[in-house]
Design a protein around this ligand. Structure first.
Ligand SMILES: Nc1ncnc2c1ncn2[C@@H]1O[C@H](COP(=O)(O)OP(=O)(O)OP(=O)(O)O)[C@@H](O)[C@H]1O
Ligand SMILES: [Mg+2]
Length: 313
């Protein structure tokens, strides 16, 4: 069974500094500082690792920050195969005030990529491509990338008998759909962005997934936050709702949901199993502080607590 591949084109080092109080125009003293490896594809890879599914993280990294990221992921036992690009991988900084929830978040844009970087990435993807493998393309495109990049990579990957699961937004998603990806995983806002349909109730949710299938997706996993997921392939549709849980964080919950879907695809589970594992992994991530889904045992316990409902029409 081939591993699952994740592709992160605009990763970053996430630095979180905690200060007793946020003030302007003064020196703030951090009481703690935390580093993490940021990138939606990495979140998928880390969740897959917790679920016991082998994956390889591909992407573009540059400079010393890129080296730190590569080493940091290797220390977590994650297999990477990155393309080195000129420039410095971005650092995204959060300065949070202890206890109040007030914070500042500053994201860098990331290095501008050129045609040589894209050629190198295509070559790296080709070196791994095997029929039947699943590829998760996740997150924003880096500066300099053509908006059609996900569409181009989807065409490349799927022309070799592999399957693309696309988690993108805006123009990258709209164009990506034209390359008929195997699956897309928008949230309600992202789906509304490319379909023009505001998702407010069951009929508008169904219309949005139908529109995404019309636009080219084979499967749509429309994630609905605390309301779970509508999963459809046009013929069969199912709602999956999580149990009520104590939410610790919503960072990376959508990425964990995608990992749950990939787990189910890897194990050839039918529609209901996909829906259950997707929602259970997303909800496990919501219950787990920091980035992560906890253990496969915790996700499995949630799988049994997800409620399913066949969607009509
Ligand atoms: N409040 C919640 N309670 C329980 N589960 C939740 C909650 N919010 C999100 N989830 C779980 O996470 C999944 C994905 O949530 P959501 O639709 O918010 O993803 P997203 O917006 O793509 O997130 P991300 O910020 O990671 O991209 C949901 O389908 C659900 O399983
Ligand atoms: Mg998301």
């Amino acid at each position: 069974m081939p591993p699952i591949y994740t592709v992160t084109l605009n990763p970053g080092l996430d630095r979180t500094l905690t200060v007793p109080a946020l003030y302007e125009n003064s020196v703030l003293r951090a009481t703690s500082s935390k580093l993490d490896w940021g990138g939606k594809g990495f979140n998928v890879t880390r969740a897959l690792q917790a679920l016991g599914v082998e994956s390889v993280a591909l992407g573009l990294v540059g400079g010393f920050t890129g080296q730190m990221l590569t080493q940091g992921l290797a220390d977590l036992g994650i297999t990477t195969d990155f393309v080195q690009i000129p420039g410095e991988t971005r650092t995204n900084t959060v300065i949070e005030e202890s206890g109040s929830g007030r914070h500042l978040k500053v994201n860098e844009a990331g290095p501008t990529i050129d045609a040589a970087a894209i050629d190198a990435l295509r070559a790296r993807i080709l070196a791994h491509l095997r029929p039947g493998s699943y590829w998760a393309l996740c997150g924003s495109l880096p500066p300099g990338a053509p908006p059609s990049l996900y569409a181009d990579l989807t065409t490349l990957i799927q022309s070799h008998g592999a399957f693309v699961c696309l988690d993108a937004s805006g123009e990258a998603l709209r164009l990506g759909l034209t390359a008929t990806p195997f699956l897309v995983k928008p949230n309600a806002e992202e789906a509304a962005g490319v379909t023009g349909i505001t998702i407010s109730d069951a009929p508008s949710t169904r219309r949005a997934t139908a529109a995404l299938i019309d636009q080219g997706a084979e499967w749509v996993a429309l994630s609905l936050g605390a309301d779970g997921l509508l999963l459809t392939n046009g013929d069969q549709s199912i709602y999956a709702r999580p149990p009520q849980v104590a939410v610790q964080t919503l960072v990376g919950v959508g990425d964990a949901l995608l990992a749950g879907l990939l787990y189910a695809l890897h194990h050839k589970l039918p529609l209901a199993g996909m829906a259950r594992w997707g929602v259970a992994a997303g909800t496990a991530a919501a219950m787990t502080p920091g980035v992560g889904v906890g253990s496969v045992g915790e996700v499995r316990a949630l799988v049994a607590r997800v409620s399913l409902e066949t969607a009509q029409g």
